[in-house]
Design a protein around this ligand. Structure first.
Ligand SMILES: [Zn+2]
Length: 136
């Protein structure tokens, strides 16, 4: 599995950046692009429907099974406004609310990546190996 920062950079090359939605006809947000680049499985809202790797255009909220090594449930401080959020919400927040480019977001993610492993193992008792998070 590629690193999160690499997935964000790759996603930036695949489609233009949009805000407020994971993916639209115009492009992808930092998170949506990373999900597409890494080929993550999306969990449909209807539990009886089969999982899909295709993001529906205009979908503002998707459930995704993130790789544990991405540390998406670990809390981080926003580098811009210093608010605390789990990474799965912090990345869309920086994308939408602070207007960073995905290259800037990837650079920032790369600075926090080395610290993720110990933090994640501390939380390991509560977390399944692969976390499911809803991103908006
Ligand atoms: Zn912020």
């Amino acid at each position: 599995m590629m690193k999160l920062s690499e997935a964000i950079r790759l996603g930036a090359m695949m489609a233009p950046q949009v805000k407020g939605v994971a993916i639209s006809d115009e492009g992808t947000c930092a998170m949506g692009g990373a999900i597409q680049a890494a080929g993550l499985t999306l969990l449909p809202n209807n539990p009886s429907a089969p999982p899909t790797r295709e993001l529906s255009s205009g979908q503002s909220s998707v459930s995704v099974r993130f790789p544990a090594e991405w540390g998406m449930s670990v809390q981080h401080i926003c580098p811009e406004c210093h608010g605390k959020r789990v990474l799965a919400r912090l990345i869309p927040h920086i994308n939408d609310d602070h207007g960073w480019t995905r290259e800037q977001i990837a650079d920032w993610v790369a600075t926090i990546e080395p610290q993720q492993a110990p933090q994640e193992s501390e939380m390991g008792a509560e977390l399944p190996e692969q976390q499911t998070a809803v991103i908006t």
